[in-house]
Every structure is written in structure tokens, then in C-alpha cells.
Design a binder for this molecule. Sequence first.
Ligand code: ARG
Length: 458
Amino acid sequence: MEKLWNGRFSSETDKLADIFNSSLPVDKKMYRQDITASIAHASMLVKCDIIPKEEGDKIINGLKDILQDIDKGILKIDNAEDIHMFVESELTRRIGEAGKKLHTARSRNDQVVTDFKMYIKDSILEIKRELKSFINTLLSISSKNLYTYMPGFTHLQKAQPITLAFHLCAYAEMFYRDLMRYDCFYKQINVCPLGSGALAGTTYPIDRRYTASLLGFADITMNAMDAVSDRDYVCEYLFNASMVMMHLSRFSEEIIMWASDEYKFIELSDSFSTGSSIMPQKKNPDMAELVRGKTSRVYGNLMAMLAILKGLPLAYNKDLQEDKDLVFQTESVLLQSLTIFNKMLQKTVFNKKNMKKSAMNGYTNATDFADYLTKKGLPFREAHNITGKLVSYCVNRRKPIEKLPLNILKEFSNVIEEDIYSNISLKSVVGKRDVDGGTAPSAVKKSISRLKKAIIKC
Ligand code: ARG
């Protein structure tokens, strides 16, 4: 392997050490960013009269050819320590002496951060597109299910009836927060480190703002040492991904439960489930289980990056080379999970009848019964107590509250009138919660249109 730094070395690197040291198999993914950043750097060197224009042109054209050849699959990326060394030595191989001037006024330390930030910026945009598409799916299923009743749970015990639209919109809100988080993250990462050199800046009269603007960065970093040793943006990338995966994983857990025979709330599409090699009757929710399982890997990557940085002295240390693998693996898990979940959900059939039946069982209208007594003048605590006794009475007789005749109900409190039945029906229990953020169809409709508008702005 050719070394561009071997001037002071008198013997070859051990083969094992070479392999151990090489990041090429991982960072070759950034070839486009590396070449684009080098083109901007060369343009700046010409503009600032640091290298002659003819040589600058040669460099730039050479780099463009390399990019084209890699894109076409003509040029294979191998036999170098990392992608930066590969591009530079390939350039020199192609254009000769001028190629050796490309690395003037920069270091691999600022180069790698520039490339990586560019890569992550693109990745953020892709994740945002996937998030928006997923939120749109959630909102469109919600719009069609404003009146699809289901139980809402706390402690995994039936609590109060809600609608499917309301439940799905809870997820839409989470993914909308993720979207906003990515928006902030993009602004924060959009600061160019190129020109920081190895750690202390450079002696050449460079124009950092020029390269930054050529590369689409909004600003430049203001401390060279921080710029080359900063990997906060990597932690943030991994944290944001962890958060999205956590949301997906919670959703996965519900999908898995809803698909079970005990719930029977949904029927997953054959195209997004798998069978068992031994039990012919099985249809397993593997996609959701995998998303739940892979979430742990993403968390692990975040922990790994934090651990790499803990106790790492300024500025660059080779430990930092581990960062790319963590991000690339995370990116692939996250994008696959989002896409698959989105498609799976679009093809999921909701068993509305079962969901409604389940919403009506389990005394989910008990709160409303107590609220009724309160509205008739009883203090809430007393109303709660009476309703508790009534529920216990019903449990013993295996009857829902609304099936008891008025004379029996009156034994629990004489304020109860005929209007109790309309007050505790499923439709009214849900419909009455039309406070902002509530489960009533009117309220959910409002929150759907708010979200629809909000995601366009992100
Ligand atoms: N491959 C290296 C990385 O990803 C590039 C930076 C190398 N810098 C150095 N001083 N050895 O971190």
C-alpha cells in the first residue's frame, strides 16, 4: 500500500498493522463528499493565489474524472489507508505533479470532519424525507379512522376508550418531534471546519468562508482545535436516531400485541410477515420484532461514541476513526426500519369490530360515570368511590355498567337519571373529550390538520 506520509519512515508497516489502521472499507462510502470538498478546496487555493490557475484546473478536472469513474464503476476504491489518501494518490497518478499540491493548507483532520459533516447533512435530509412520508401515512390512516373505537390503556389495563386516529396521531406527534429535532440538528451541524488544518489553523492566506459557501455550509467553525476534535455531531446523529428507533420500537411492541390472537386488533399483510418452519398456522410479526431488536444496536452505537470521546484528549486521535462505522450502520438500520414500518402499516388491516368490542369491555366508561355524578353535584372523590363500588358489583355479575337497569343504578346514588345511559355510551365518552389534544373526532381532526401544515414547514 502506497503511503503519502512515509518520508520519515525507513521500514514498511506490518501487514496486520496496515489492515488494522485502514478505514477504507468503511469510509469509501464518503468518496463523493471527499472529492467535492477537494474540488472546493482547490478552487479556493487558486482564488487566493496559493496555487497557479492551470494547476488548479488540472486538479479540479482530475477530481471530476475520478468521481465520474467511481460513479460508473470503472474505478475501484482500494489499496489505500483511507478515502482521502485514495483520492489524492489516484489524482497524482492521473495528473502528476499538480496533484501533490492539493493537500496544501489542509490536513486530513479537517478534511475528514468536512466530508463527514457533508455526508451527515445529506443523511439528515434523507431521514427527514422518510419521517415525513411516515407521518403522512399515519395521518392518512388517522383521517379515515376518526370514529374507529378502541381501548386506551394505562399499565396495559384498559383505561378509557379512544379512537384509532387518536392512537396513531400520538405516534405522529412523536415523529413530528423527531422531525423538528433533525431540523435543529441540521442548523447546528451546518458549520464548515475546512481550513482548520491539523489542529491550529494554517499559515496560508486561505479564504475559509469561500470554501464553506461553495460546499453549502452556512458558517465556519471558530476554533481549529475544537473543529478537528469535535464529534458532538456524531453523538447527536446517534442520539436522534436512537430517539426515532425508540419511537418505532414502542410502536413495534404495540403492533406485535395487536396482531396476537389475544388482541386481534390488526391483520398484518402477508407481504410483511413470516411463517414458522414447524408450526403451519403461524404468521409472525417479524418486521416489528426486528425493528424492536435493532433498536438496541442503535443505542449501542450511541454508547460506543460517547465512550470513545470520554477521556479523549484534544485534538485528533485515531480513536475517532471508529465514528464512521457507527454512523453508517445506524443510518442503514434507521432508514430500513422507517421504510419497512411505513409500508407495513399501509398494508395493515384494522379489525374495527374487535377493537370496538374491546373498547366496550373492561369498564372503560367508569370515569365518565363518575364525571356524571360530579356534574350532578357530588364531590369527585365521592363519585369515584360510588363508581368503584358499582364496578365491583358489575364485575361480580359480569355485566357492563350500561346494561344495568335504572332502578339498580339508583341504588348507588339517587342523583342518577335516565340520561346516564347517553352519558356513558361509547360514542359520547369519546365524543365529549373534545378539548384540544383530546380523543374526540373533532379534536383529532384539528390535530391532524395542524400536523399536516407543520410538517410542510420542516
Ligand atoms: N481515516 C482517518 C479518520 O477517519 C482520517 C484522519 C486521519 N488523520 C490522522 N491524523 N491520522 O479519522
